[in-house]
Design a protein around this ligand. Structure first.
Ligand code: NDP
Length: 245
């Protein structure tokens, strides 16, 4: 199946930012969506908004750090639509801090969300894709995996893991599956600086407001990777604001 129309696409972290913009973009192009996140109110608002515009979307409460939640996301796609064509693993947390602050809970959350969360998605969707003989993983990494900037050491390490896992998966995917890494730079979302200390959060949101690109830019890049014909695998798209070093 080429294009976006009719594809069954699950997205994690769809309650705000890049995930929400991706859901809007794909819904506008006729995808059938299953959207996952933890905040029920924000997720419902996205699902209802898509439905009100004539799109097809279901919401599932998902914490990507839990294996069973990812299985439920995938199972919902199968129950509602009989298949899953794409899993967009986008859920993330950017509570960055200098090492000296020893914010170990934040470090753990980044590892659990970006690394374990991604693996939980792979484990839930890969058997379905193998059975179908088709499917696409779209994993959201970051330009932080290319250029490490203080105080993003832990964040950059987990996003480097996303990059490496994506390439490893691509090599094992075989001729029927597609595996794509989307590496965004500074994007204007509420997640920038969220959970960071006050000074770092203020600096990040100031910089975001000066240079960040809209999340719709990342959404179209994801759409481009999905709309390619079955034999064409977009391996990686790096997309950043021109003002980003
Ligand atoms: P947002 O904070 O707006 O979005 C993050 C999303 O992830 C939310 O929907 C949040 O929903 C969800 N999420 C977080 N933790 C979990 C979890 N454990 N289980 C399920 N969902 C979770 O920020 P962005 O849109 O900016 O971030 C999206 C992705 O893009 C992240 O992976 C981020 O690292 C990446 N990225 C962002 C950049 C930027 O500059 N904004 C640059 C490069 C990459 P909820 O809280 O409801 O669960």
């Amino acid at each position: 199946m080429s294009g976006i129309h009719g594809k069954v696409i699950a997205i994690t972290g769809a309650s705000s930012g890049i995930g929400e913009a991706t859901a809007q973009h794909l819904a506008a192009h006729g995808a059938r969506l299953v959207l996952g996140a933890r905040r029920a109110d924000r997720l419902s608002a996205v699902v209802d908004g898509i439905g009100a515009r004539g799109g097809v979307a279901d919401g599932v409460l998902v914490d990507v750090t839990r294996r069973a939640d990812l299985r439920r996301l995938v199972d919902t796609a199968l129950e509602r639509h009989g298949r899953l064509d794409v899993l967009v693993s986008n859920a993330g947390t950017m509570a960055v801090s200098p090492f000296d602050e020893l914010r170990q809970d934040d470090w753990d959350a980044m590892v659990a969300t970006h690394v374990t969360g991604l693996l939980n998605g792979i484990a839930a969707a890969l058997p379905v894709f193998r059975r179908q003989g088709s499917g696409q993983f779209v994993n959201v990494g970051s330009t932080a995996a290319h250029v490490v900037t203080s105080p993003q050491g832990v964040y950059a390490a987990t996003k480097t893991a996303v990059k490496v896992l994506t390439e490893g998966l691509r090599q094992e995917a075989g001729p029927d599956l597609r595996v794509t890494l989307i590496s965004p730079g500074f994007t204007h979302t509420e997640g920038v600086g969220k959970g960071a200390g006050p000074e770092i959060a203020a600096a990040l949101t100031r910089r975001r407001d000066e240079i960040a690109m809209p999340p719709s830019a990342v959404a179209s890049a994801i759409g481009y990777a999905i709309e390619q014909p079955p034999g064409v695998d977009v391996g990686e798209i790096t997309i950043r604001p021109t003002a980003q070093a």
